[in-house]
Design a protein around this ligand. Structure first.
Ligand SMILES: [Zn+2]
Length: 469
């Protein structure tokens, strides 16, 4: 790992070799480090930019030439569960270093059965992926992502390589961008920490793996890494804004699907028999995300403390939660118990359920949504999420002897009203709290406002703004 300047204002982190059978990506990351070292050494690189990289995230896999690690786990499907020492270490590093951009380097197979049938292999030198789950909010918006990937494609083209958005052609003949799943580095790091993540997939040089083909893959991938680095430095003011902070009451889409929207995808294919390449416009392309379910972000999620697998996972993610040890009432609703619009209604949108009567939270672990990763809490805990931790209804047997719901959305904390930090908060029924207080730079744990700081403005559901008396 090279880490030229850990206190630099702009910090980039390149993650290489998650899959052990992709040596060309590892080689590109190693060369990128060499180039960066030389640039730093000869004074052409700014010391105000921090560069960190892992060449080989999966040393077991690279030793054996396997995609998975020695424990049989695909590391790039483990960024939600964090069940391996490798992914735990990556997340620990990300939390400490707080990069402004993560670049995840892979190689993709050019040969796909459904394309070979038509005598095609994919010929794009580098494909780019960006975060796709609609709950993700990072410093970069849609047009900025487009600018970044267009800039990489142009840089590649200038040096004789091709680049295009990552496109997966399915057996059905339909194509789409990367998955909406939240367990790979691209989506999980962006969802959990609000960090923009860029996927760079260099083409696997193919069966023959001639020196020319492998060198082309590595050079193209290095060129794409350098283009991404240059873009990040040019647009550092965008990246240094950091992710927007979560706010209770904001809408979090947690379940979505790819749909065809009339757009098409450019795919560079090669005819292996003739050696000819051509750009195709893939006609059946699902390039738009349709939101199926969403939720108004509650003030907190509460997980009953006997739901150990869920709590263990949130602990591995180092989401900040607090076990309630004595009687404390809240207005809350059961997760998975909110009414949804009938299927087929416009947008299949979910509406928030009614706020229930007060419930005692003792024995629940409460995860405030005033922290980084609050949107990940919604995606991972809402039982209607196909991209979450709990798919469908909670498993049988989770009820145990406690008749209270296993998962709650806490809308009003401390009901009836309490005094806090020298200010009294009124909590009329149905009120939603904003994030009152400040978020620390690292993990965004709620800090109470200073005493005597005057009235606290609250976002209100039904009761109008509350103020200190
Ligand atoms: Zn890979």
């Amino acid at each position: 790992m090279v880490d030229s300047s850990p206190d630099a204002a702009l910090r980039l982190f390149v993650l290489g070799g998650q899959h052990g059978d992709e040596p060309w990506g590892r080689e590109a990351v190693a060369r990128w480090i060499d180039h960066a070292r030389r640039a730093i050494g000869d004074g052409t690189a700014s010391r105000a930019v921090g560069l960190a990289a892992i060449v080989d995230t999966n040393p077991d896999g690279s030793f054996h030439g396997t995609r998975k690690n020695a424990g049989g786990v695909d590391l790039n499907r483990d960024h939600r569960a964090l069940s391996t020492p490798e992914t735990v270490a990556i997340h620990r590093f990300v939390r400490r270093y707080q990069p402004h951009l993560v670049v995840d380097v892979h190689n993709y197979p050019a040969r796909r059965r459904q394309l070979l049938r038509r005598d095609w292999t994919i010929d794009t030198d580098v494909q780019f992926g960006v975060p796709t789950h609609p709950a993700i909010r990072t410093a970069l918006g849609g047009s900025e992502w487009e600018d970044l990937t267009r800039s990489i494609a142009e840089s590649l083209s200038e040096v004789g390589y091709s680049g295009a958005p990552y496109t997966l052609v399915r057996r059905s003949g339909r194509a789409r961008p990367s998955t909406l799943e939240t367990h790979d580095a691209r989506n999980a790091l962006a969802l959990r920490y609000g960090i923009p993540t860029l996927l760079l997939e260099g083409r696997d040089p193919g069966r023959t793996r001639t020196p020319e083909a492998t060198e082309r893959t590595t050079r193209a991938q290095l060129a794409s890494l350098q283009a991404a680095t240059a873009w990040a430095i040019r647009h550092r003011e965008l990246l240094e804004r950091g992710p927007p902070l979560p706010t209770a009451g904001e809408t979090v889409p947690f379940d979505a699907r790819w749909v065809e929207d009339g757009s098409s995808a450019p795919v560079l294919v090669r005819h292996p028999s003739s050696g000819r390449s051509e750009w195709l416009t893939w006609p059946r392309f699902a390039g738009a995300v349709r939101i199926r379910e969403e939720v108004a972000l509650p003030r907190a999620y509460a997980v009953r403390s006997d739901l150990r697998p869920v709590i263990d996972l949130l602990e591995r993610q180092e989401l900040s939660g607090e076990l309630v040890r004595s009687t404390r009432f809240a207005l809350a609703e059961e997760v998975g118990n909110a009414p949804t619009d009938p299927p087929g209604s416009p947008g299949d949108r979910m509406v928030a359920g009614p706020v229930s009567s007060p419930i005692d939270l003792s024995g629940y672990v409460v995860y405030s949504t005033c922290q980084r990763g609050a949107r990940a809490l919604a995606v991972w805990l809402e039982t209607g999420s196909r991209h979450g931790l709990l798919r469908g209804p909670l498993p049988e047997g989770t009820a145990g002897s406690d008749p209270r719901p296993a998962l709650l959305r806490v809308r009003v904390w401390d009901y009836p009203p309490v005094s806090w930090g020298g200010n009294t908060l009124r909590t009329p029924g149905g009120m939603t709290f904003g994030c009152v207080g400040s978020l620390s730079r690292s993990e965004g744990v709620l800090a109470p406002p200073p005493a005597g700081s005057g009235p606290i403005e609250l976002r209100s559901g039904t009761g109008g703004p509350a103020a200190a008396p």
